[in-house]
Design a protein. Sequence first.
Length: 417
Amino acid sequence: MRLSDLPVRIPDILLPNPSCDLKKWSVIACDQHTSDPTYWDALRAEIGPAPSTLDLIFPEAFLWRGDDEARIRRINGAMRRYRRDILTKREHGFVYVERTFASGAVRHGLMLCIDLDAYDFDPARRALIRATEATVPDRLPPRVAIRRDASLELPHVLLLCDDKRRSVIAPLASQTDRFRPLYDTDLLAGGGHLRGWLVDEAATVGITDALADLVCSLDPEDRMLFAVGDGNHSLAAAKKCRDLLAASMTPEEAAAHPSRWALCELVDLHDESLVFAPIHRVVFHADAERLLSCIKKAPAASGKRIEIPVLTAEGTQTISLFCDPDDDPGAAATALLQSALDAYLAADGKARIDYVHGDDTLRRLASQPGSVGFLLPAMEKAHFFDAIRRRGCLARKTFSMGQADEKRYYMECRAIR
């Protein structure tokens, strides 16, 4: 099987010129610290006027502030300037990535382009590349608006493959002495360290062969090659933009257009560093008694009991949810709770929900008057691909690949115009 037969392509990468301070260039994914704009303000102060991907992204903490259109115009202008003056290193090839966390663990990844025509966020389509959480329609328009006129993409999407033989990415770790280094930098705000190498021709052949073997091993009744680990809504927005552009083109033009492809980092589900962490919920401006009553009135199934701690300024209590004994407790508890929270939020015009990484952060937010926090259990990563096949997709924000400061930091860019 040739590379052209696979839903991946070798990317064309843009990187900043050697004069750029890579530590200030690279910042965390825009969908982090959504309830903490002070994080982003402090980051801006630390970076100052230095070239940075912070100029090229829209942190979600600042969405819906009334200046979205103006901010998007500034981002698009910065992209054009950076593409001309800063992103002067151009590379063609797979990029092998090592991300060292503060804990010392190392996540191994591979930068590649995926075919958006082989991806779908509708679980009914059973696509080769799948979303793993329910897509929220209201979350797509701002992301589509940001990408629609953008000349660059900066990926924070992490894809997962179920490579039990460890044949796609793992072999690259022992070959870096042959590869050309592209970047090697500490990361801001406790992000650890990031290194990347341009993969050589021999390793590219090995990657292609391993991916082809992975495709051939898929269940013919339910073929799923990749599942989105992080960045579900960003990839869904890329798909939306792709479909809008393709509708105005001939089939030949659409097949060759850069919008067909999206730059992502591929990670093996079996990478030792990969830990699934829960994503907790906090509801602000809530009537705690009415909220908990709403949850307790939700239909309850018989089966395995799951105890969920509920945190408020007054203290901690627990609620019980029940799931099928064969279901993953983390996935089941999140789906049951989210359904009840959605019903409450729809009936209460003042309440607002946020999705929180880290137990300590949840406790801090839930200690505020009028806030109610829900401490959820982690999903077992061994159940991940089976859960996607079984459920079609998980409830939104069911799991996180690591803690907040272990999310992907932007480094590589790719031209999409």
